[in-house]
Design a protein around this ligand. Sequence first.
Ligand code: PGA
Length: 247
Amino acid sequence: MIIANWKANGDFESNKVWCSRFIARMSSIGAKSTGIAPSHLHFNHIKSYLKDHDIEIGFQDIDIEGGARTGSISPSMAIDSDCSFCLIGHSERREIFNEDNYIISKKYQMLAKSHIKPVLCIGESLTEFQAGKTEQKLQTQIHECIKGNVSSENLIIAYEPIWAIGTGNTPKPKDVNTIHEFIKDVVQSASENNLRPQVLYGGSVNKSNAADFFVEKNIDGALVGGASLDADMFSDIIEIYSRHIEK
Ligand code: PGA
């Protein structure tokens, strides 16, 4: 799957232009397994622009419950909006909003009980990468977020090294492939349903490096930030992905 993470970007006018350009490109490419996560505010607009196309529209985050929680979007609101997937544990949520694995595990638990696909983001910092602690960090994140919880059949993991997000720096695709295999093994033994999840790579994916990632056996797609804000660039990535999907 290829997912666009628009973060806090977009406005009504530019989103409309983005969608019409994207629809024009998709008529020749035929988007397979594509998702867009716009802001909550723009969710319904994007959903209605793309209603005749096979594109999943999801949330970038969700709260763990509703009620007296000023500023939040509740799980029942996500269900009511017909949200297809939801990112949880993005490193920006962890860093800026102080979310820890305990909160993320609550979000996972809540999504696992609904029909909404959880996209659990995990990744190591530069210091952890340089110290050779990547696998240790990922294993802890996976265990603390999913172990002991109700399992979701639809769980997707997004491996995003924090040092690769928005920096133009990426790990070597072969190394990412090895890490993805490790992630699949850890999830399989931590989940009660023996699940081997799709694992997406995220961090400075663009049309120039996408093919190098998608050619790898255990890289099942991408979570794309900056490059997804340009409809042509995002369409190019989907086109490259479609060519590799039957690898
Ligand atoms: P990037 O962001 O593609 O701009 O590096 C990825 C992400 O944060 O999900």
